[in-house]
Design a binder for this molecule. Structure first.
Ligand SMILES: Nc1ncnc2c1ncn2[C@@H]1O[C@H](COP(=O)(O)OP(=O)(O)O)[C@@H](O)[C@H]1O
Ligand SMILES: [Mg+2]
Length: 360
């Protein structure tokens, strides 16, 4: 048998008022890894985290740390005995304690030992010179760093973080995310980070567990989840999407953009072809004709620019398609900002499309 993962959660269930808000959630997080629980508001992320922390009791399921049962048929360890560090959105520091005493609060050990650990943690988050300041004298980002130092000071084996960056100014967030990640990695704890922001999950996670209606619908590295979503909703959670419908005949779907492969899908099945806006390519109209079809990009289809917005690094262009009047969105390099009313040709990167049978 291989070594137990640092954190192992199996089959967690929790209901409120007869509704399952966490429904059979399982996770394994090795030491030194960050798993992001990602999903829309209300999907059960915080409830899952609270059960792991021990402040909410599961109806079913098991939680283990390094193989030891924290909750299950064989026992229940109270929150303070779990060796878990917590960081929540409203990570209130103690207002009447200075930074050093906030970080040292509740640390076991002798005076000099605690002082040494506080110094070490403050240095690690770059807050040494703020040791004697009080929380109200700090910016949001500085408070955040102190909270991180406080959570990690007792050397937790597991860190649970619930939307820890959402109270911060947008411009600060990326820097603080990166710093936090570096400190977490160095500390070597198993981390579960809850967020509803895909960009945050992709920046922080070794593994993303995508949640919907209390269930984990997909797990994997950010690259894999983004590039191989399990369904249309999973694709749409990470970016705007375009959807083209078609019907399968002989493992192929005929569309205005040419044929798309639908291997293993029975004849007559209605499918949705899902394309992210950055995987549409735009080409010029040459007196009513477009570029030649290619194997990679298929057949071009013509549309008229309905709206075009300059976003800095990219332009977002919406087209009214001639074949059915629908709107398709393309994200193109921002050197390109076509005028409304311009006819252009669109092509689709076939290797970047996802084909899903329509669910009834
Ligand atoms: N203590 C509670 N009592 C009743 N309903 C709750 C309680 N805690 C959470 N819920 C409900 O459970 C669902 C999941 O909540 P939560 O886990 O906080 O979601 P998330 O963190 O993903 O936004 C929501 O519909 C929420 O209203
Ligand atoms: Mg929540």
């Amino acid at each position: 048998m291989s070594e137990s993962p640092r954190l192992e959660v199996h089959g967690l269930v929790r209901s409120f008022a007869g509704r399952r808000v966490v429904d059979d959630v399982s996770l394994q997080v090795p030491a030194g890894q960050v798993t992001c629980l990602l999903g829309p508001s209300g999907c059960g992320k915080s409830t899952t985290l609270r059960m792991i922390a021990g402040v909410e009791t599961p109806e079913a399921g098991e939680i283990r740390a390094d193989g030891r049962v924290l909750h299950g048929a064989d026992g229940h360890v109270p929150p303070e005995g779990r060796g878990i560090g917590l960081m929540f959105q409203d990570f209130a520091l103690f207002p009447h304690l200075d930074v050093a005493r906030n970080v040292g609060f509740g640390l076991a050990g002798g005076r000099s030992e605690v002082a040494a650990r506080v110094d070490e943690m403050l240095a690690r988050v770059g807050m040494t010179r703020f040791a004697a300041k009080y929380p109200h004298e700090l910016s949001g980002g500085e408070q955040q760093r102190v909270a991180l130092a406080r959570a990690l000071a007792p050397r937790p084996r597991i860190m649970l973080m619930d939307e820890p960056f959402s109270g911060l100014d947008e411009r600060l967030r990326d820097g603080i995310r990166d710093e936090t990640l570096a400190v977490l990695k160095e500390a070597g704890a198993a981390v579960v980070l809850v967020t509803h922001e895909p960009a945050e999950a992709m920046r922080m996670a070794d593994e993303i567990a995508l949640m919907r209606d209390g269930r984990i619908v997909q797990r994997g590295a950010p690259y894999n989840i983004y590039n191989a979503p399990v369904d249309r909703e999973a694709a749409a959670f990470f970016s705007d999407i375009n959807v083209i419908r078609g019907t399968v005949r002989g493992a192929l779907t005929e569309t205005p953009f040419g044929q798309f492969l639908a291997p293993g899908v029975p004849d007559g099945t209605e499918v949705e072809i899902v394309i992210r806006p950055q995987h549409l390519r735009i080409d010029f109209d040459r007196q009513g004709r477009g570029p030649n079809p290619t194997a990679i990009e298929g057949t071009p289809a013509r549309g008229v620019v309905e709206r075009a917005r300059f976003m800095g690094s990219v332009s977002l262009v919406e087209f009214r398609m001639e074949f059915d009047g629908s709107i398709l969105k393309a994200e193109v390099p921002s050197v390109f900002l076509p005028r409304v009313g311009t006819p252009l040709w669109l092509m689709i990167r076939r290797d970047r499309c996802f084909v899903f049978p329509v669910r009834r």
